[in-house]
Design a binder for this molecule. Sequence first.
Ligand SMILES: *Cc1c(COP(=O)(O)O)cnc(C)c1O
Length: 359
Amino acid sequence: MTSLNDLPLRDNLRGLTPYGAPQLHVPVALNVNENTHGIPEDVAVDIAAALAAAIRGINRYPDREFTELREAMARYLGHGLTRQNIWAANGSNEVLQQVLQAFGGPGRTLLGFAPTYSMYPLLASGTGTRWIAGDRDADFELTPRRAVEWVNRVNPDLVFLCSPNNPTGTPLSLDVIAAVYDACDGIVVVDEAYAEFAPVGTASALTLLPGRERLLVSRTMSKAFAFAGARVGYLAADPAVTDALRLVRLPYHLSALTQAAAVAAFAHTPEMLRMVDDIRGQRDRLVTELRRLGYQPLRSGSNFVLFGGVSDPRGTFEALLAEGILVRDVGIPGHLRVTAGTERETTVFLDALEALGHA
Ligand SMILES: *Cc1c(COP(=O)(O)O)cnc(C)c1O
């Protein structure tokens, strides 16, 4: 048995810890922003049939271009996109990694606005890209002015904008995205992992794509589509960008089973998204009730809520865990993050928090 420190590890990986949200088996898991509602039974039956058909051809490599899936994704996103605009991989984390492999790397910098998605710095170090953490305005909002100041200071090769932002839930206005794009000549990625949970009528960054060939909008099936276990993420961008990603993807990176399952799921889009309204309702309920309990929930356009006013986040986390409720301590002093659950799960969480007494 040797230890990590004894191995000839790359210098920039020394001392790092891997991504590791606890995977505990608890009755009420509200810690990683999964869709807490399962997929409808009739859709599950259809996906199983598609997988059964795909198995019959599993001796052959899958369609390297995942053409049918890209067409389904383009149809779903709308905005005049075609399959030439679409790229996909095993989760949007892999999509983002490929973006860094193609456009980042040694000598290049990635700018983000902390606190933001914890995977961005890890993906940066994995690809030898320098991560620079900008900051945010009050209540973790981001104004065009602050964002552009950072862009001018850093002159980044890439900017990752998380919209709405994880772990804060705060929405991002299109003004910020347009201003950041205009201020730099690098790649601007808008991570819209939670876009489907935004208030009805909220414009997506997809509306900004025409004429902006360095703008990439990433999405995932993990959250709104309740497909976290299947690992399917994707992005929309200029066809030249998807060509760049072909240079770094592993051959046949999306398995025939993944492609079949995802195509079958997109064929049932309305049912797959049926729970989104309900989850939005639970999210709004969390904001209202947390405020009533004396906490300070932040504005959220996602399926989770970050709330401040927690005097002892670690203690509250542990006390909830003792009740079988898992939330997330994201390391922001005085704050905890909770995913909107089913109505029952949300009730269990709120009741347990109330029983703990105020912050
Ligand atoms: C959950 C999440 C993702 C999705 O990751 P997958 O690899 O698609 O499961 C991407 N970005 C953010 C900000 C997330 O919170």
